[in-house]
Structure formats: structure tokens, C-alpha cells
Design a protein around this ligand. Structure first.
Ligand code: ZN
Ligand code: ZN
Length: 276
């Protein structure tokens, strides 16, 4: 059987690795284009500021390379130095409220963030921890060789860091046109996933695509009536400059719509829990 989006005799690259030198700057630009007039504009502007600080760190080589697990807290310190003085008051207070001298508390917060088990008290500090984890893991992923990474075409979690996808992207142009890649919200690796099957259960016959009436842009919600889950789908042909994190945040209304319909999310955006 030929999966939708595949052509006979053609094998898609199973994995696409991120470029840490440009990814965060492009995200900041995309967020600034999406923010004006948006119901979450202040939040989108805040994540844009954070993305700019992330860019400054991720684009510079490390003087002493370390594993992402060891590196992320150093990146958190550097993020604090870059953001101090640049944030509006509530965000500056949130930054100061982090348990800066308690490594166990920071590690606990990072673990809850990556497993989707944040506590209510974590929410104000979580975006900064997410920002530092993204820098460390994206730098790591960007230094790998795609051909060394095995990713089955039905993988639900990231083949590099084990994280959940933010969303699927239907790519346009070049050699990946029409293919779906799932995009990791932590290390920003993308891995190919067949389009014709639900990401959670593999069922192909009970999938629907939903949108919010009157909402334009590249986002759709793929719902599965076999397992009751949903995943954001972003169409690059509608917005060639889309960024999975930014466009997932900006289409929050779609999550509310399908959540009200009883569908459970497969994807996880590290900046969504705090947005509301
Ligand atoms: Zn990942
Ligand atoms: Zn399903």
C-alpha cells in the first residue's frame, strides 16, 4: 500500500535535524507577525522575546561541549542574564522566582515539563526552563547526523530526545512536498510519519480534519474517532514561514474546540500550558 503523500520508488528522509543558528530567530520573527490583534498577543510577544534570547545562545558554539542534561542549567543562567532588564514586570518577577540555587528543584521542574506533568505552582517558571531545555537539546540535535538516527514511520515520540511532537507539518516544495513530519517541541528534530494513519493508534479510517470557522492560517486539527485523540496539523502551503511552536500557540482556539469535543491531545507545546 502506498501511504498518502508518498510516491512509488521514493523514500522520504526519515529524520530532519534542526539548524540552531536560525531556528529561534525565525520563530521570533513568525511570532511578531502573528501577534498584532491576536487574543494572545502579549503571550506571543513574550515568547518572541524569549526566542531572541534563545537565538543568541543557540547560534554561538559552546566553549566546553557538554551533554544536554548537563548543559541546560548553564543555558538557563545565560538566558537569565540576557533577559534581565528586557522583560515586562510580571515576567521579570517570574524569572526572579525560579529556585536558582536549588538544582534538585530545577531538575524536578524540567522533568515535569518534559513529561507533561506540570503542577500549578510550576507554571510561572516553566517557560524559562522550557527555553533553556530547548537551547541545550536543539544544539545537541543540530550536531548529530540524520543518517545515524533510526526513526520508524509510525514513531509517536522524538527519535532524538524522546519528547512529544508539538504538531505535524505537511511540507511544501523541494523533496518533501506533501509529506507529514512530526516536529519535536524540545530538540526540534522532525521525523517522517505516514499521513494516512492516526499518530496515536494507527487507525486510518476514522480521521477528520477540523478548523475554527472564520480562522484563516495553516492550522487544522486532525481528530481520530477510533481512539479519541487529536493532533495539530500545519499546512506549509498556507504559510511557508510557519513555525510549529508559534503556529500551534496562535491556533489555540482550535485546541479549545476539539478539547470541548472530547478529544485528548497527542501533542505538547512547552509554552501552551501558561498561555491561558
Ligand atoms: Zn526531540
Ligand atoms: Zn487514533
Amino acid at each position: 500500500m502506498t501511504a498518502a503523500g508518498l510516491q512509488p520508488g521514493r523514500s522520504p528522509a526519515p529524520v530532519r535535524l534542526p539548524d540552531p543558528a536560525i531556528l529561534f530567530r525565525r520563530r521570533a520573527d513568525r511570532l511578531r507577525r502573528l501577534a498584532p490583534g491576536h487574543p494572545l498577543s502579549a503571550w506571543l510577544e513574550f515568547v518572541a522575546l524569549l526566542s531572541e534570547a534563545q537565538h543568541a545562545l543557540a547560534a554561538a558554539p559552546l566553549s566546553a561541549p557538554a551533554t544536554p542534561e548537563a548543559q541546560w542549567r548553564r543555558d538557563l543562567d545565560s538566558l537569565r542574564d540576557r533577559l534581565r532588564g528586557a522583560l515586562p514586570t510580571p515576567a521579570a518577577e517570574a524569572l526572579d522566582s525560579l529556585p536558582w540555587t536549588d538544582a534538585d528543584a530545577l531538575d524536578g521542574l524540567a522533568a515535569r515539563l518534559t513529561t507533561g506533568t506540570l503542577l500549578p505552582d510550576d507554571l510561572t517558571a516553566a517557560p524559562f526552563v522550557a527555553g533553556a531545555l530547548q537551547v541545550a537539546w536543539t544544539r545537541h540535535a543540530g550536531g548529530l547526523k540524520a543518517s545515524d538516527i533510526a526513526a520508524p514511520a509510525t514513531a509517536v515520540t522524538c527519535p532524538v530526545c524522546g519528547g512529544a511532537p508539538v504538531a505535524g507539518v505537511i511540507h511544501a516544495g523541494s523533496d518533501v512536498s506533501g509529506l507529514r513530519y512530526l516536529h519535536c517541541g524540545l530538540c526540534h528534530t522532525a521525523w517522517h510519519h505516514v499521513r494516512s494513519a492516526c499518530v496515536a493508534c494507527g487507525e486510518g479510517n476514522r480521521i477528520g480534519l477540523r478548523t475554527v470557522e472564520g480562522m484563516d492560517g495553516p492550522a487544522r486539527a486532525e481528530t481520530c474517532d477510533a481512539c479519541g485523540s487529536h493532533l495539530k496539523l500545519l499546512l506549509a502551503e498556507k504559510a511557508p514561514d510557519l513555525d510549529p511552536i508559534a503556529d500551534d500557540l496562535a491556533s489555540f482556539a482550535l485546541d479549545v474546540l476539539v478539547g470541548d469535543g472530547g478529544y485528548a491531545p497527542i501533542g505538547r507545546n512547552p509554552f501552551l500550558a501558561q498561555a491561558g
